[in-house]
Design a protein around this ligand. Structure first.
Ligand code: GLV
Ligand code: MN
Ligand code: MN
Length: 414
């Protein structure tokens, strides 16, 4: 038997085919979770899998699994994959590269007639991004918890107000006639995910492969100031209870301090809204999201506390109220040493230069680490740019990443 080989042209053609689903005029993709585009991408992956003779399954969260049988089919599978959903103005590689690389590995094993000692399964997790329905990584989290949290039932989509539960059921139903059903949380021996770095280190240092040793923590807050809407022309300063004034004052203070005083912290406001949104009325409410990240949980605690205090101070100064809801609390994780060592051995054997790194982005692997030993491989992306339509990975880097991923899978199957 010739050893399994990545077919680089096939991988690159697949990336193009998936980038066409939800393609935006700006060269990126808008394929947000549980939309028609997301369903189309799942259908394409299912069709490709069936054409290769792999069996395909989904669970109640619409997580998609593609199975290559092993010589002992009773053993828990090695799980490899990523996600197919995107940001609203997202790139072609975030998630898709990892999912299609995992699928390319399955195909390359099949091409070589390689029968793994245990099953290998590719997974496409549902709603990694969390932008249409918060939180992110819903599919991975429900899988690890073994059930769908009750509080997700009534969630509504940020874009069109669709109910999460309706969209989930419709997505499952779209492929149900063709697929087997899986229970959430079945045992797996390990989980491995490839992703673009979404930061500049690998490109700057000219290193093709990052071995990810852990993921920093993330918290999302939804903040709403409520004051009193009133006439823009007649309401003097002392009569105003302006929630936008409170919000902008708080944000100015937070922008001036959070990141400049904590080099490793990341503070982002990605969405802001006022009601009723009239040119000649003081707003009734002013709201925003806050995305806060840091590698250490205790520092995140302190930062969150000081952010809450700033928001409360600003509310008091304008005689408005503020409500803060935490929608995401992802603790930092450290990946399994054994798995990281296996990746280092694979890289040595395949002669790849590597660098260890912590992920600034969250990933499905962060949750899977609570279920089975998990790890990740990063590949460089141009200018470190991601969550942007211009996101780009050199074809050579995509193919090198896939070779490293195949070498890692073979090492884990030994
Ligand atoms: C994932 O998309 C993240 O925001 O880290
Ligand atoms: Mn991603
Ligand atoms: Mn992303």
């Amino acid at each position: 038997m010739t050893p399994p080989q990545i077919n680089g042209d096939r991988l690159l053609a697949r990336l193009d085919a998936f980038a066409a689903i939800g393609a935006t005029p700006g060269g990126g993709v808008n394929r947000q979770a549980l939309t028609r585009g997301d369903r189309k991408a799942r259908a394409l992956l299912t069709a490709l899998s069936k054409a290769r003779g792999f069996s395909v399954f989904q669970d109640d969260m619409a997580n998609l699994f593609i199975r290559m049988e092993g010589s002992d089919g009773s053993l828990p599978p090695l799980l490899i994959g990523s996600h197919l959903d995107s940001q609203p103005a997202g790139g072609r590689f975030d998630g898709a590269l990892g999912t299609l690389t995992a699928f390319e590995v399955l195909e390359s094993l099949a091409d070589a007639g390689f029968v793994p000692p245990r099953p290998v399964e590719v997974v496409a997790w549902t709603n990694e991004e969390g932008c249409r329905f918060a939180p992110g990584c819903m599919g991975a989290r429900a899988f690890v918890e073994g059930n769908i949290p009750a509080e997700w039932e009534g969630l509504r989509a940020v874009d069109d107000g669709a109910l999460f539960n309706d969209e989930r059921l419709a997505t499952v139903a779209a492929l149900a006639p063709d697929l087997g059903h899986r229970k959430l949380g079945f045992p797996v021996i390990a989980y491995l995910e490839l992703h673009i770095e979404q930061g500049p280190s690998l490109e700057r240092e000219g290193i093709p492969v990052g071995i990810v040793t852990g993921v920093q923590g993330t918290r999302w807050l939804e903040v709403e100031f409520e004051g009193q809407t009133a006439h823009a022309g007649t309401t003097a300063l002392e009569y105003r209870r302006d929630p936008l004034k409170a919000l902008t004052a708080a944000l100015a203070a937070l922008y001036a301090t959070v990141m400049s005083e904590n080099a490793e912290a990341r503070f982002t406001v990605g969405r802001i809204a006022v009601t009723p949104g009239s040119v000649n009325a003081i707003p009734a409410t002013a709201s925003c999201t806050i995305d806060l990240r840091h590698p250490q949980a205790d520092v995140l605690d302190r930062l969150e506390e000081s952010i809450r205090a700033r928001l409360a101070e600003a509310a008091e100064a304008e005689a408005v109220s503020v409500a803060i809801r935490k929608t995401v609390d992802m603790a930092p994780v450290t990946f399994a040493d054994d798995l990281i060592s296996a990746l280092q051995i694979a890289a040595q054997k395949a002669a790849f230069r590597t660098r260890s790194m912590i992920s600034g982005a969250f990933h499905d692997a962060l949750f899977l680490a609570g279920h089975a030993p998990s790890a990740m491989i990063f590949v460089p992306c141009r200018d470190g740019l991601s969550h942007n339509e211009a996101e780009y990975v050199n074809p050579e880097d995509s193919v090198a990443g896939a070779r490293m991923f195949l070498a890692s899978v073979l090492e884990l199957l030994r």
